[in-house]
Design a protein around this ligand. Structure first.
Ligand code: GDD
Length: 409
């Protein structure tokens, strides 16, 4: 039996995702028309003998309640949200709910970071995991040297795949193989976490006794039950024949910024083409809208037949796209109105915003740079014939003049 756990974190972790995280918990932000967390859940659904899916986080339970109840019906696998009272770290969070997670007596526990966009080769990973008989398997990927330090860097035995060395976001280069935040563990992981928590406790006790220790341990404010999967578990267990790596050949990105959510929307739309083409808009209808490449359109969205959409366009519920509008590489959230002949390129348009006639909302930068894409927060009004280029606009603003490379507060 296998269970899946998705670590969703909580509100304090989402600051880089502003202004979009003002309205919705980051794990529920739509990528290719489905909440971020939905993509890993669907991937877990394909695992043979999957008995339960858990979401662990410190968001208020009510934020996830509606999503979870709809999802459980749809998936026919029980899905539960387990709420931490405070952050316990990625491993501490798991440990806190050990009894719930072990209820079904699983042989394997799939643990996924919520903020990664991935082809999730979980079945292949499980096969590899069962063959090497270690305690855990990590999904890894080779990236360019320039970006490797943003992640956990690791060295693995090229023949056996054993994890030999692990350094979390190191200052000096270790390796261009990185940790993708996708793991499979046996229940022994709980013993490993509990050992670390005990060491933390002992240190805390020592610190209370010794002013010398207090002076030398900068981690004195970290509670003993705060345990991180990466530096507290992977680093000490590397080289002990307990952890193994599995290299992905599929796509993988991390989603820390709104810009990356636009890039990940593109990747998931591309994946639909292979896995669920029925989710992609075809433009068929009595009078057809022009569709270029991969486009997702919620069934309640109203798109004028003379509008042209794509590639990489996702349109959420109740959006209205007017005559002659042109949308390329964008996410249009619920209730947005794009008026006639407006153009939206390389942008995210927030809930209930409105883009005026003949206006342009666009950007030209990299997905991963600060003003690389234009983002309009909730309920922003762009008046008629206004051009907004490479800007972030906070919620409830009205833009009545053209702006470029500005953060509009
Ligand atoms: N429930 C819960 N409680 N979840 C948490 C907590 C917590 O206290 N802290 C973090 N998480 C979740 C986050 O939501 C995220 O999905 C995952 O755990 C990892 O978050 P971080 O610990 O903040 O690490 P990171 O995202 O900067 O980097 C990790 O992931 C990278 C891959 O995306 C590291 O493991 C890197 O090595 C790795 O490359």
């Amino acid at each position: 039996k296998t269970i899946a756990v998705i670590m969703v974190g909580g509100p304090t972790k989402g600051t880089r995702f502003r202004p979009l995280s003002f309205n919705v918990a980051k794990p529920l932000f739509p990528l290719a028309g489905q909440p971020m967390v939905h993509h890993p859940i669907l991937a877990c659904k394909k695992i043979p003998n999957l008995v339960q899916v858990f979401l662990i986080g410190f968001y208020e339970e009510k934020e996830f309640a509606l999503y979870i109840s709809t999802l459980s019906n749809e998936l026919k696998v029980p899905v539960r949200y387990l709420q931490e009272d405070k952050p316990h770290g990625s491993a501490g969070g798991l440990y806190k709910f050990k009894d719930f997670l072990m209820e079904d007596d699983p042989d394997d526990i799939v643990v996924l970071n919520c903020d990664v966009c991935c082809s999730f080769p979980l079945t292949e990973m499980l096969d590899a995991h069962r063959k090497h008989e270690g305690m855990g398997t990590l999904l890894v990927k080779k990236v360019s040297k320039e970006v490797a330090s943003e992640f956990g860097e690791l060295v693995a035995d090229p023949k056996t795949g054993e994890l030999l060395h692990y350094a979390e976001k190191p200052e000096t280069f270790v390796s261009d193989f990185i940790n993708c935040g996708v793991y499979i563990f046996t229940p022994d992981i709980f013993v490993a976490i509990s050992d670390v928590a005990s060491t933390h406790k002992e240190r805390a006790a020592l610190r209370r006794l010794s002013s010398f220790e207090e002076f030398h341990f900068s981690s004195k404010t970290t509670p003993a039950d705060f345990v991180r999967l990466d530096q507290d578990i992977l680093t000490p267990l590397a080289g002990k024949k307990r952890l193994f790596t599995f290299e992905t050949t599929g796509f993988w990105e991390q989603i820390k910024t709104p810009g990356m959510s636009l890039r990940c929307s593109l990747l998931y739309l591309e994946q639909y083409r292979q896995t669920s083409p029925e989710l992609l808009a075809t433009g068929d209808g009595v009078i057809s809208t022009s569709i270029v490449g991969d486009v997702f359109m919620h069934r309640s969205a109203k798109v004028h037949p003379t509008a042209k959409l794509g590639p990489n366009v996702s349109i959420s519920a109740n959006a209205r796209i007017g005559p002659g509008a042109r949308l390329i590489d964008c996410i249009i959230l619920d209730g947005v109105e794009v008026k006639e002949n407006a153009v939206v390129i390389h942008s995210i348009v927030g809930w209930k915003s409105s883009i005026g006639r003949w206006s342009r909302v666009q950007a030209t930068g990299d997905y991963n740079t600060k003003l690389g894409i234009t983002i309009l927060g909730e309920n922003v009004t762009v008046e008629d014939e206004v051009v907004v280029v490479n800007c972030i606009v906070l919620p409830h603003k009205t833009i009545n003049r053209s702006v470029q490379e500005e953060i509009i507060l």
